[in-house]
Design a protein around this ligand. Sequence first.
Ligand code: ZN
Length: 274
Amino acid sequence: MKSKFGLLIFVLAALALVAYGATVILSKTEPTSPEAESETIISAGTYSYTEATTENAVSEVVSLAENVVSGGYKYAYAGFNPSYADLTGTQWNLILVNRNYILPDNYEVKLAPSVESVSDSAKLDYRVAPHYNEMYLAALEDGITLTPLSGYRSIERQTNNFENKIEYYMNEGYDKIEATKLAATHILPPGTSEHNAGLAMDICSLYQNFDETEEFAWLNENAADYGFILRYPKDKEDKTDIIYEPWHWRYVGVETAKKIKASGLCYEEYLGLA
Ligand SMILES: [Zn+2]
């Protein structure tokens, strides 16, 4: 049924192209008229994507070695002494990583591009990427582009970002301890960020205030249907210890995302930890 429908679309599209003498190259993953074909494309695309990414996922190993100094965490001087995140007692999509829970050394992340048709788009855990892709296509149908700015981040990159932020606050006149604490409200120390696990995406817009954009409005309305939550909500800074980040969306799965959204709680509160 599906293949007949696909064939019909292909034939019609080919006829249309011939009729107009167009020289457009047909692409399976980038339909020229998503409005008309989206339903078929989304379901078929997501299915094949899941299959493909299982095979083609690229592995990265989270190595924290450089962040361990004489047996302790490098940022312990500022009060960061995270325990290892619980990876065995919990489902992979529910892993809690924050300033108190760090990914274990040598944690293996398998990655895939977040947008299937853009091979160099920001990467996510290969089990999350198909859900982002599905959400991306659904938003596109509504005229919204959920530009994936930053997904998986290596420990090296996280360390650089964090160190730069510490330096920024030191240049502002704070001592190293205070500068490190302040830096961590914007960028988590290496190994304690959901980006290091490929579980979250920072979604970009052309506007500076992301929470005033139509992209944000769309995400608020629909992201839970694809398993994503607003991880660092407004007025929850005292629970998450992170500034309000309207651009940061974490995958937890549809069921949990809907529950969290309905509860109005942040993830730490939902887990009974704040
Ligand atoms: Zn983020």
